[in-house]
Design a binder for this molecule. Structure first.
Ligand code: 1PR
Length: 535
């Protein structure tokens, strides 16, 4: 395009910046990619979305001469917006696999969140900010929540306080944004923070933007509980990709034709849930264990189209594993995941393959680094890797009947059993495995999962509420965030799961698809119950 109104984007190819590109295009601006240090120096407006690990990002910047150009550009007070790692790199150094030197423009060391006091790491989700000085680009924020996903953060000090424009509290008060003159950087993701995030980007891209200034009351804010809409997707018998929904994982109608239930079109429904206030949207390709996802181009197309208009995090799961196709070509799980990320996913979710990896690890106690879980989290970071657990409740007469973690159940089983264990399954619940949900959760956390999506086959589609026993067990066992799933039938089920367990998010499918309870009503109910949510 070459137009002078285009914003320059410094994308050094370490990860997915598709959602940022989508957001900039959505706002009506053109993008020119930075290819040389000179492009940086010539930029009229530069966005730097840091992705990947601190050390490898610095390596690339130094090797290419971009580090020096960036320092000059910023010292000359040219319009700059750093995002996430793009904020952290401005500091002196980071403890991430380090210490590693940064660009050294702002005094301070970037350190890891401390998970010991009950704050789960990564910090994933929606928080409100404490604005400490006029930042212009944050003028519309007020006490709205914005989306964070990171394990490291910069801390305020006397040496850097002149830079800080807002902080956020997550265990500690950390730096949420900086501003000096034309130089801005934010730790959160404006491109994933809904309308509020888009307004931050718009104010940077077009400083003439007039808007309302929302004075921030500075009221105490905690990490909001997330409400996630889930779309189980598969090809129906006519060959169309549809959103379906099962009862205890059975997605076929109980009619003569026995067809796959069709609850709508994936792109449309995802767009609707974004407008309705979903904090995240998940797609599960539920026959991914059968079909090879890279042969399943419609699913990639669904992601691409959805991410053009949906500015909250997108997760996709199903079929992420090593695979050899009919022609003998081998694909690694990392290649499959990369294709999902390139198509617009922010996180990928692994089901069956994580069970196999965990079983292997429990047998050998050796981390090979070869499992899909380990490989993908090494390259994209643990915050991008969700493990989906599909357990089935197995009642027991005695807690000693199995070698797995058992619990005393709140409601006795059909034969009066007072105990149960939760058996993991693979291939969409079709095969039970010799490992419990508790053991799996602990192992996958060790192998690099950043979050757990905890389903329950018994409760799926029943509308009778989440399995509180199970969710309590798992959310107390790990220190990564746990998404409660399966069984939501009313707004009260969401407040119940948040009050009685340590779940960080709750996911539902059927009630949203059938329009029984809109997302908005769930949020209103949670607010009324005193639970912090993004509105
Ligand atoms: O094993 O890596 O290929 O991943 C397959 C993925 O597909 C897993 O995440 C697995 O949970 C999912 N899946 C496989 N088969 C089914 C099925 O339903 N037959 N769906 C399936 C899982 C459960 C939730 C559902 C909640 C909420 N569906 O996603 O959305 O239970 O439902 P509700 O609110 O209506 O109760 P891999």
């Amino acid at each position: 395009s070459g137009s002078s109104s285009a914003v320059k984007l410094l994308d050094y190819g370490a990860g997915n910046v598709r959602s940022l590109r989508n957001a900039i295009h959505y706002l009506g601006f053109d993008i020119e990619d930075v290819r040389t240090p000179k492009d940086i120096l010539d930029a009229e407006r530069l966005i730097f979305p840091g992705v990947g690990a601190f050390g490898s990002a610095m390596d690339v910047l130094v090797k290419t001469g971009m580090a020096e150009a960036l320092c000059t550009y910023i010292k000359n007070d040219r319009p700059f917006l750093g995002i996430c790692l793009g904020l952290q790199l401005l500091f002196e150094s980071s403890e991430e696999n380090g210490p590693v030197n940064g660009l050294g423009l702002i005094p301070g060391v970037v350190g890891r969140f401390n998970s010991s006091n009950g704050f789960r790491v990564p910090h994933i989700g929606w928080n409100a900010l404490q604005i400490t000085k006029d930042s212009e680009i944050l003028d519309d924020i007020g006490d709205h929540h914005v989306y964070f996903v990171h394990s490291y953060r910069a801390m305020p000090s006397d040496d850097n306080k002149e830079w800080i424009s807002s902080t956020c509290n997550y265990g500690d008060d950390f730096i949420a944004s900086i501003r000096r003159g034309n130089v801005h950087a934010v730790q959160f993701h404006p491109e994933k923070s809904g309308d509020v995030g888009l307004s931050v980007l718009r104010r940077f891209l077009d400083p003439k933007t007039q808007g309302t200034k929302n004075p921030t009351q500075g009221k105490a804010s905690k990490l909001a509980k997330r409400v996630i809409a889930c779309l189980d997707v598969r090809t129906n018998d006519k060959g169309d990709l549809v959103v379906t929904k099962g009862d205890q994982y059975d997605v076929r109608e109980h009619t003569k034709e026995n067809e796959v239930r069709n609850l709508g079109k994936p792109v449309e429904l995802a767009g609707q849930y974004y407008k309705d206030g979903a904090d995240e949207v998940s797609f599960l390709n539920i026959t991914g264990f059968r079909d090879f996802p890279l042969g399943d181009l419609p699913m990639l197309q669904v992601l691409r189209r959805t991410s053009e208009n949906v500015f909250v995090p997108l997760t996709v799961g199903g079929g992420i594993r090593d695979f050899t196709d009919a022609n003998g070509r081998h694909y690694t799980s990392l290649e499959v995941a990369s294709e999902y990320f390139r198509s617009g996913a922010d996180k990928i979710s692994i089901g069956s393959d994580a069970v196999h990896a965990a079983e292997e690890y429990m047998k050998t106690k050796v981390k090979t680094g070869k499992s899909s879980l380990e490989q993908i989290s090494k390259v994209y970071g643990s915050q991008a890797v969700v493990v989906s657990i599909d357990p089935r409740r197995v009642y027991l007469k005695s807690p000693n009947d199995v070698q797995f973690k058992t619990i005393r159940v709140t409601k006795p089983g059909p034969g009066g059993e007072e105990y149960a264990w939760y058996q993991c399954t693979v291939n969409g619940g079709r095969e039970g495995r010799p490992i419990g949900a508790y053991e799996l959760a602990k192992v996958v956390e060790e192998l690099g999962a950043g979050e757990i999506l905890l389903n329950c086959i018994d409760c799926d589609g029943q509308g009778k509420g989440f399995d509180i026993d199970l969710i309590k067990l798992i959310s107390d066992a790990v220190s990564i965030p746990v998404i409660a799933s399966s069984g939501a039938g009313a707004a009260e089920h969401f407040s119940e799961v948040f009050m009685e367990t340590n779940a960080s998010a709750a996911l539902a499918a059927g009630i949203f698809h059938r329009k029984e309870v809109p997302i908005q009503s769930v949020k209103e109910h949670l607010l009324k119950e005193g639970i912090e949510v993004r509105v």
